[in-house]
Design a protein around this ligand. Structure first.
Ligand code: PLP
Length: 399
């Protein structure tokens, strides 16, 4: 039997009859940028997450950059985050000129360890960026308490956590601002790149929306004021008429071109209807893995307060290389996220990072052991059983 790591083709076949007319409408209408499809998606997502504002953008990395800019993170500011994540988390921090400060993670759920955050806080610290790794929410009450104590913003990296919950609240509503990715392999994946920023704050939403479209027009002026710019700088002497709005032609901030394409919004609107069904199936598969997989490898331990969306099912093995080889030889797709923790990344050695090369022993241990097993909504029970049997056979035959 062959079990792929992920099967996007089967999923597409199941929703093709809804996706294709939606995309064809946009092609016929030539309404590629902004408009109804983007607004409809944002509104549906606001309802799904129970959040006041959703702003679509080009990808998850941009969502993080927009979140940092909205929180007014400036060059030289320090942002505390985890070393056990995808590169983009700290890349976004560095790309606004701020300094990523890596804090070690927990053995249980691989997320940032709140016990170690306070000792990393300095007078330069302006924000914490928790990452709900593999779709399991961080210990947000502890993180928010520390943030409040030191007056820090909390910018969630929710790229892997769409639909996950912490104490009954959805990821993306747990800090000041949430940043999501719709990369095709995510639980809610587009037909290309996409992302969104979520917040309950009118002010942060205004700034995100301004930055994502070149800091232009009235919203750019409003954002500049919110960021502490002088109001006289943004007034315009030119007269606003029905035909001519001078605001429209002024840019008030150096922003980005980071819009969510209408085609992506249309595809995502279709898939959003199935997201809970997809995540429930992932959760069933995880339950089968917990029950069937040998106790010789270490499985994730999540608190009862979290409901993960099971973006990945990640086990830990002292025989990582051999296990991956064995799985591949026996037709089981697998991954090894993330073999290089970010404090060991070459790109951060050259940058003004707080602790490149330092020892963060838990992240390093986990990075050397993680093996990701296939988990996707279209996976059949017999495919799950085959993965379990193959892993268990490896432990019986090879160890
Ligand atoms: C944890 C994390 N942060 C950020 C990103 C960046 O998202 P994107 O690839 O959409 O830019 C990803 C996904 O790829 C991710 O997994």
């Amino acid at each position: 039997m062959k079990v792929p790591f992920l099967d996007l083709k089967t999923q597409y076949q199941m929703i093709k009859s809804e996706v294709e007319p939606a995309v064809m409408n946009i092609l016929e209408e030539c309404s590629f940028i902004g408009g109804k499809y983007v607004t409809d998606f944002e509104k549906s997502m606001e309802a799904y997450l129970n959040v006041k504002h959703v702003a679509g953008c080009s990808n998850g990395t941009d969502a993080l950059v927009l979140g940092l800019k909205a929180c007014n993170i400036k060059p030289g500011d320090e942002v505390i985050t985890t070393p056990f994540t995808f590169f983009a988390t700290a890349e976004a921090i560095a790309s606004v000129g701020a300094i990523p400060v890596f804090v070690d993670v927990k053995q249980s759920d691989y997320n940032i360890d709140p016990d170690k955050i306070e000792e990393a806080v300095t007078e330069k610290t302006k924000a914490i960026m928790p990452v709900h790794i593999f779709g399991a929410p961080c210990d947000m009450d502890r993180i928010n308490t520390i943030a409040k104590k030191y007056n820090l913003k909390v910018i969630e990296d929710d790229a892997q956590a769409i639909g996950s919950e912490y104490k009954g609240k959805k990821a993306g509503t747990l800090g000041d601002i949430g940043c999501f990715s719709f990369y095709p392999t995510k639980n809610l994946g587009g037909a290309g790149d996409g992302g969104m920023v979520t917040t309950n704050s009118d002010e942060l939403d205004t700034i995100v929306r301004a930055y994502k479209e070149h800091g232009a027009a009235q919203i750019g002026a409003e954002a500049l004021t919110l960021l502490g710019g002088k109001t006289e700088e943004i007034s315009t002497n030119e007269k606003v008429t029905e035909l001519y709005n001078p605001f429209k032609y002024y840019n008030y901030l150096i922003g980005y071109n980071s819009r969510l394409d209408a085609i992506q919004a249309a595809v995502l609107s279709v898939k959003l209807k199935y997201l809970d069904k997809y995540n429930n199936r992932r959760s069933q598969i995880a339950a089968m893995y917990f029950e069937g997989l040998t106790s010789k490898l270490r499985k994730p331990e999540y608190s009862n307060e979290v409901k993960p969306c099971w973006h990945q099912f990640v086990v830990r093995s002292d025989y990582k290389g051999k296990l991956c080889e064995y799985l591949s030889e026996h037709g089981v797709g697998n991954g090894t996220f993330y073999p290089v923790p970010l404090h060991k990344q070459k790109a951060f050695n050259a940058l003004n990072c707080k602790n490149p090369g330092a020892s963060l022993p838990v992240a390093e241990e986990i990075a050397s052991q993680t093996v990701c097993l296939p988990i996707f909504p279209e996976m059949t029970d017999s495919q799950v059983q085959y993965v379990i049997e193959t892993v268990n056979k490896f432990y019986e035959a090879c160890i």
